[in-house]
Write a protein that binds this ligand. Structure first.
Ligand code: UGA
Length: 433
């Protein structure tokens, strides 16, 4: 099938390349010139395992093309995916829908045939209805259907999650073609047995926000238990293992540590609270405020712990920070807990050197005043304390004996509870987590 993907960020570029992989003819629209040039040359402007091969292959065969022209898009296909960003509004909790609205405003007046718009971006409940009404106003003697088809991919696993998702959800208004079109688009995964859930648009929108709210809650739950463990001298990792054996609870997303960041969970729970408030249901989601609080406390606690380990003051101390991305296998530093901690520690008078296997360029852009090293060992040179804040495999595999020769003091704080405590203590390190 021919299709257009509007917006080629993490979500859109992955979706476009994966749709080409499924055999569809895809035109991707990206308005940022540098990003567009890179993608058109077959280069992925961010780190996502497996995506460069896919993109290069389909750009080369012409199965996937990139453009900035909405006129070309309108002419090319009758199915349009919206994959633009929905960031948090500045100074507010709610989502900024400028880019989603702009996509509809720009596209629909150019359409000359009936069309289907499938939203993939994470949006507040009610957005499909609003966009559908606006599309009706903008459409010239044609039918433009709007339906929501949320995306559940995780960065770092984006290709696998797109080609082999846990489920496909389509929220459609009655009488349209969205369900039939999606059955054709996603035929390969439906044939694999992937659950295909057809519902109405508000439900589809809420499926996505509820999923992210639940994941965030799970992480903050275990981090709240971690606070009690700290006070009681108990081991949160053993608790997660033990409760995780109960299939109703499950072990996934129960890793205590520095908490969640990134471009999705933090802003999505806030937008969800804001939207519930607008709908008069604020009370239902007040617990998410606490989920957010527990999560933000993790960052402050990490700074306090570092200060404690330094003997009460960070002034003049050398702190090595291993990890800048919000999670491993990503170069994304949006709302990164690691960089947030790095910034706070620097503000308290320490000299901070950061190393991350993939996120250095993005980190330097966001926090130009931090020092950066080219390798983990270099970041740890003469350090008073080493902080592991993103659980990259490279850090898990570090040799405590070798690293011990580089540092001024063998003190390590494992912010992701990912290191083998015994290995580090045997090598003479003061290990905290
Ligand atoms: C998240 C969801 O997992 C995806 O399903 C969703 O599609 C996506 O948001 C989105 O809305 O686009 P992502 O932001 O890529 O995906 O990252 P996650 O793997 O969910 O991790 C989020 C944060 O939680 C990371 O900072 C990670 O370090 C942290 N985390 C995760 C924990 O602190 N503990 C855990 O046990 C798991």
């Amino acid at each position: 099938m021919r299709m257009v993907v509007l917006g080629l960020g993490y979500l859109g570029a992955t979706h476009a390349a994966c749709m080409a992989e499924l055999g569809h003819e895809v035109l991707g629209i990206e308005v940022v010139p540098e990003k567009r040039a890179q993608l058109a040359a077959g280069e992925v402007p961010f780190y996502e395992p497996g995506l460069p091969d896919l993109l290069k292959r389909h750009i080369e065969t012409g199965q996937l093309r990139v453009s900035d022209s909405y006129a070309e898009a309108a002419d090319f296909a009758d199915v349009f995916f919206i994959a633009v960003g929905t960031p948090q509004k500045k100074g507010e909790y709610s989502a900024d829908l400028t880019y989603v609205d702009a996509a509809v405003e720009e596209l629909v007046p150019l359409l000359t045939r009936d069309a289907l718009i499938l939203g993939k971006s994470t949006v507040p409940v009610g957005t499909s209805r609003r966009l559908s009404e606006r599309a009706d106003e903008l459409a010239k003697d044609i039918d433009v259907e709007v339906a929501w088809n949320p995306e559940f991919l995780r960065e770092g696993f984006a290709v696998k999650d797109t080609l082999h998702p846990d489920r496909v959800v389509v929220g459609a208004f009655p009488g349209g073609i969205a369900e039939t079109a999606c059955r054709e688009i996603y035929a390969s995964m439906i044939n694999e047995g992937t659950p295909f859930i057809v519902t109405d648009p508000p439900t589809a929108e809420l499926v996505k926000t509820s999923a992210n709210a639940f994941l965030a809650t799970k992480i903050s739950f275990i981090n709240a238990i971690a606070e009690v463990c700290d006070a009681a001298g108990a081991d949160v990792k053993s608790i997660a293992d033990a409760i995780g054996y109960d299939a109703r609870i499950g072990r996934k997303f129960l890793n205590a540590g520095l908490g969640f960041g990134g471009g999705c969970l933090p802003k999505d729970i806030r937008a969800f609270m804001a939207r519930a408030g607008e709908l008069g249901a604020a009370e239902a989601l007040t617990f998410l405020r606490e989920v957010d609080n527990v999560n933000m406390r993790r960052r402050t606690r990490m700074v306090e712990l570092t200060r404690e380990v330094c003997g009460g003051s960070l002034l003049g101390k050398r702190i090595a920070i291993l990890g800048a991305a919000f999670k491993p296998e990503s170069d994304d530093v949006r709302d990164s807990p690691a960089l947030n901690v790095a910034g706070q520690i620097q503000l308290q008078g320490a000299s901070v050197t950061v190393y991350d296997p993939k996120a250095m360029p993005n980190s330097k852009r966001l926090f130009p005043t931090l020092d950066y090293a080219e390798a983990a060992s270099e970041a740890c040179e003469s350090a008073d304390v080493v902080l592991v804040l993103t659980e990259w495999a490279e850090f898990v595999a570090l040799n405590p004996v070798e690293l011990g020769r580089r540092v001024r003091q063998r003190k390590i704080i494992d912010g992701r509870m990912c290191l083998d405590r015994r290995n580090w203590t045997v090598a003479g390190w003061d290990y905290r987590a």
